[in-house]
Structures are given as structure tokens and as C-alpha cells.
Write a protein that binds this ligand. Structure first.
Ligand code: SF4
Length: 153
């Protein structure tokens, strides 16, 4: 059976920094969920950060900082490593990660100045998964993933 790692917040789990979730009701995601293919995972929680937690953004030098200037790079890296470990253990080749998060973003991230400005970039977990050959999608391109899965069942 195919398995896909998915950001837990996209499935409605209240794991985001603000204690909320970001459920997506996209048909394709519901379909994959109904097939039992989805493996929910939150890298920031897995990495040891509490919920709720201060918002954090990736800085120009690659570190991940909260708005108060606390360096939280280490738990973000740890969460990314655990996400990779889960993929390797479960033979997962695809992931659906929440766009723009400093862990899960796959095309965009926030610019590091806490001004709600997005720039092109990848979150820590997305980057690590891609470096190890896992194809990362987001809630914004589920059609593309679904087409890929249908052509390579
Ligand atoms: S780290 Fe990823 S899964 Fe966890 S709340 Fe943020 S976007 Fe969602």
C-alpha cells in the first residue's frame, strides 16, 4: 500500500504554533485519507517544541528564530530528521506539506522579518526530505500529486 507523509495540521490536528489547525477539504486529500494512505506528522511538535509556541521564521543565514530572537534551529532540524526517519521506516516516497511554514513550506516561506511577507524558499523538513529523494507537494498542488499517483500506482 502506498503511504504519504502529510502535515498533521492539514488533517485538522491542532498542532500549529497558534494551537490551531489548517484543515484542507480538498477532494483529493479526503480520497487519499479514505484509502488509509496518509501518515500525519508535525515536525515541530516531533522536534520537541510545545503547542502553542512562538512563531518562527527562517533568517537569511539559515537559522530559524522566533520574533523575540530565540534560536530554535535545533528542534526544527531534529523534527526534520524524525520526518525523514518516518519516511524511510514506512517506505514513503511522497509528502504533502503545508505551504509557507518554516518546516513544511515547499515553494514559499516567510522572509524572516515577521511582516507576513513571503519569498521563494523551502522549510527545513521539506528540504531534508527532498535531499533524500522524497517528492514534496503541498495543499496547493494536490492535483499534480494525484495525477502522478494515478499514472504510477
Ligand atoms: S510544522 Fe508543519 S505540520 Fe506542524 S503545524 Fe507547522 S505546518 Fe503544520
Amino acid at each position: 500500500m502506498q503511504k504519504i507523509l502529510v502535515s498533521a495540521c492539514l488533517l485538522g490536528c491542532p498542532v500549529r504554533y497558534d494551537g490551531q489547525s489548517k484543515p484542507t477539504h480538498h477532494d483529493h486529500l479526503q480520497r487519499l485519507h479514505a484509502r488509509g494512505w496518509l501518515v500525519p506528522f508535525c515536525p515541530e511538535q516531533a522536534g520537541g517544541l510545545p503547542t502553542p509556541r512562538p512563531a518562527a521564521e527562517i533568517q537569511e543565514d539559515g537559522r530559524i528564530m522566533t520574533q523575540c530572537g530565540k534560536d530554535v534551529t535545533t528542534p526544527f532540524v531534529h523534527g526534520a530528521e524524525l520526518a525523514l526517519e518516518t519516511c524511510q521506516k514506512e517506505r514513503i516516497h511522497y509528502a504533502i506539506l503545508k505551504q509557507s511554514s518554516p518546516s513544511c513550506g515547499s515553494n514559499t516561506i516567510y522572509d524572516g522579518h515577521f511582516k507576513q511577507r513571503k519569498i521563494p524558499g523551502e522549510g527545513m523538513t521539506c528540504k531534508m526530505l527532498r535531499q533524500h529523494g522524497i517528492a514534496v507537494y503541498s495543499e496547493e498542488n494536490l492535483d499534480e500529486l494525484f495525477a502522478t499517483l494515478e499514472s504510477h500506482p
